[in-house]
Design a binder for this molecule. Structure first.
Ligand code: SF4
Length: 254
């Protein structure tokens, strides 16, 4: 199933992709869940209007590094409209990105908070908040064409990927194979600190460096399974592999 067969839209740029993702209603269960969360709200956000739509990726359209998570949180990305924005997982992720000079500020609270990333884009294999943070395999597969498109559009610049958690790891490799990278069989196993170099089927194309990292979920960060230092090491390694030099990037620090 290709992009146009689902949405009727062919995306020629990341901006077009982001707009098309936000307009997707293909999964009835997830559409109902994202709207229910927006209706019920958390008490702390009762005065806010939730985004309640699919959440597009966030970051420059010429990113050299891609971070792949799982799916937006019902009261985080589904509320604010931006990946990992407005929840505890995002607090950890953006603080680490700032610590390694890939973000201009350590917090991510709303879509208009001035946050900018350097050379990095953040996305997910499922763009709508799922109940219990668990998309079904059918929902993952239905959403995969968006990641296909995103990777295809980023391919000219993309050099490294950080995958947060086993779900994203499983979802990503078929996408990379379809995008023209050679995925070994058996597939590389997920683990924190895993690192795989994928050759391209086109010998002219640069290999892709894929890194595994525990997900920044509260379950992992509150228990110390994933510490800020562990996350920063993976992000730094992936940025170095992608050839990102944050000191040269024209992103103002706050
Ligand atoms: S999960 Fe993906 S395919 Fe399903 S409605 Fe959301 S954006 Fe569309």
């Amino acid at each position: 199933m290709n992009n146009s067969s689902i949405s009727g839209r062919v995306c020629r740029s990341i901006a077009e992709l982001d707009a098309a993702v936000a307009d997707c209603f293909a999964c009835p269960r997830l559409v109902a869940w994202r709207e229910l969360a927006a209706e019920q709200k958390r008490p702390a956000f009762r005065d806010q209007t939730y985004w309640a739509r699919a959440v597009p990726g966030f970051g420059p359209d010429d990113a050299r590094m891609l971070i792949v998570g799982l799916a937006p949180a019902a009261h985080g990305g589904n509320r604010t409209g931006r990946m990992f924005t407005g929840d505890r997982s995002g607090d950890v992720l953006y603080a680490a990105l700032h610590a390694v000079d890939l973000a201009n500020q350590p917090t991510s609270t709303s879509i208009d908070d001035g946050l900018r990333l350097t050379g990095v884009r953040i996305t997910a294999p499922v763009h709508c908040a799922p109940p219990d943070n668990k998309p079904t395999p059918a929902e993952r597969d239905r959403c995969s064409h968006w990641l296909d498109t995103e990777v295809r559009l980023l391919t000219p610049t993309l050099r490294s990927v950080v995958v947060l958690g086993a779900f994203g790891w499983q979802a990503l490799f078929p996408v990379l194979a379809r995008a023209g990278w050679v995925v070994p069989r058996p597939r590389p196993k997920f683990g924190h600190g895993a690192h795989v170099e994928l050759a391209a089927t086109d010998v002219e194309r640069t290999p892709l460096q894929v890194f595994g990292c525990y997900h920044v979920s509260q379950q992992n960060t509150f228990t110390g399974r994933l510490t800020p230092a562990m996350l920063e090491v993976v992000l730094s390694d992936a940025a170095a592999a992608a050839g990102i030099d944050p000191r040269r990037a024209p992103v103002p620090r706050e």
